[in-house]
Design a protein. Structure first.
Length: 365
């Protein structure tokens, strides 16, 4: 709500002019109604601007950036990121906006204070979110806020995140044992959905823990000269994996069910980016549900998920003495988030191939 001060003085008036504070709602054009006796408080109403019959046209515009919605600002920046092709950032911004809206339907920029963010943090804790999940939301909101300051959408920095946790604690990647991999290999599924979940889990494991997103967008043209070469949609890093018969066996099962350009039956119908990502998310949920069924059937206390394959590959590789140095080299490269230098690339490729060969020999694949 915006308040404006009105000073009313009649022509030829000898008494002091009257001043009133009146409320004006949203930005736009209003008609100011002035009572004929001049004693009652004027009112501002939406209507057709006029200067006749004692009505005076006034216009109000919210120039103050603090009157704008912070949640709307998140949505705008999310759309900007999407237009730039950063679909992952679009999704994280959208997720943060949904979380904030579940706390309060709308929040003005002027209300983004350390006190409000402390209440939001408590709200997330009460919902059962872990510390790193809370830190994730706070980092996203902080990035939006800082960009708002940089672009002028936010006029005054109220430092709303100064008293909340916005960090990221190291988390050990979940993994399964070599024995569990054997059990998953030997499991005989009764349904097509569990068979597909089994195959996709193993394919991810065979390819050193390829993410579900990267598997979904894996193209048939990514396989050339006996090597699978793809760019991670998360890090942008190029990865090369030697193509093995067990990988081809899985691909052959679904060759008639895949989309024209994709290798695996995850995105079944080619479309625009939004349509394909929706298919991918739905399939990931479906596969994780099926993996719970498999986990129960093979007697696991905790269910496996697609997220576990990368940690499992690393853990088993280390167990069979594929080489801790190799794993450290791999991790160091991946943290760098870019391509290898000319001098590094052959070293890392050789170590990875040795690592995978040891695993395939061990599992007799």
């Amino acid at each position: 709500m915006t308040k404006i001060k009105i000073r009313i003085e009649k022509e030829g008036q000898t008494t002091p002019a009257k001043e009133f504070l009146i409320d004006v709602g949203n930005e736009g054009e209003y008609v100011l109604k002035i009572p004929s006796n001049g004693d009652e408080t004027p009112s501002a109403e939406n209507g057709i601007p006029s200067t006749e019959n004692g009505k005076i046209e006034i216009k109000t515009t919210r120039n103050d950036a603090t009157d704008k919605s912070f949640i709307d600002l998140i949505a705008k920046q999310a759309e900007d990121k999407k237009a730039e092709g950063s679909n992952r950032t679009f999704e994280t911004y959208s997720a943060a906006a949904r979380s904030l809206k579940s706390f309060r339907d709308d929040i003005l920029i002027s209300e983004m204070t350390p006190q409000l963010m402390k209440r939001y943090e408590k709200f997330l804790l009460d919902k059962g979110l872990m510390r790193n999940s809370i830190g994730f939301y706070m980092r996203v909101l902080k990035a939006v806020y800082n960009r708002g300051i940089k672009t002028g959408a936010i006029a005054v920095d109220l430092h709303p995140f100064s008293e909340v946790y916005s960090g990221k604690e190291p988390v050990k990647k979940p993994a399964v044992t070599q024995e569990t991999i054997y059990k998953i290999l030997e499991y005989k599924p009764r349904r097509k959905s569990t068979a597909l979940a089994q195959d996709l889990f193993l394919f991810s494991f065979y390819t050193r823990g390829m993410s579900f997103v990267d598997m979904g967008y894996l193209k048939k043209t990514d396989l050339r000269d006996g090597n699978l070469r793809y760019r991670s949609r998360h890090t942008g890093q190029m990865t090369e994996v030697k193509w093995e018969p067990c990988m081809q066996e899985i691909v052959n099962k679904y060759i008639s069910k895949t989309a024209q350009k994709y290798m695996l039956p995850i995105i079944l119908k080619e479309g625009n980016e939004d349509e394909e990502r929706k298919q991918l998310r739905n399939m990931q949920l479906k596969m994780n549900r099926s993996l719970k069924t498999i986990s129960k059937a093979i007697g696991l206390e905790k269910p496996v998920s697609m997220f576990m394959t990368r940690g499992s590959w690393s853990a088993i590789a280390n167990t069979v003495n594929a080489g801790l140095i190799m794993l450290k080299a791999q991790a160091q490269n991946e943290r760098g988030g870019g391509n290898f230098s000319v001098s590094q690339k052959p070293f890392h490729k050789r170590k990875r191939k040795v690592c995978n060969k040891t695993l395939f020999d061990l599992l007799e694949l």
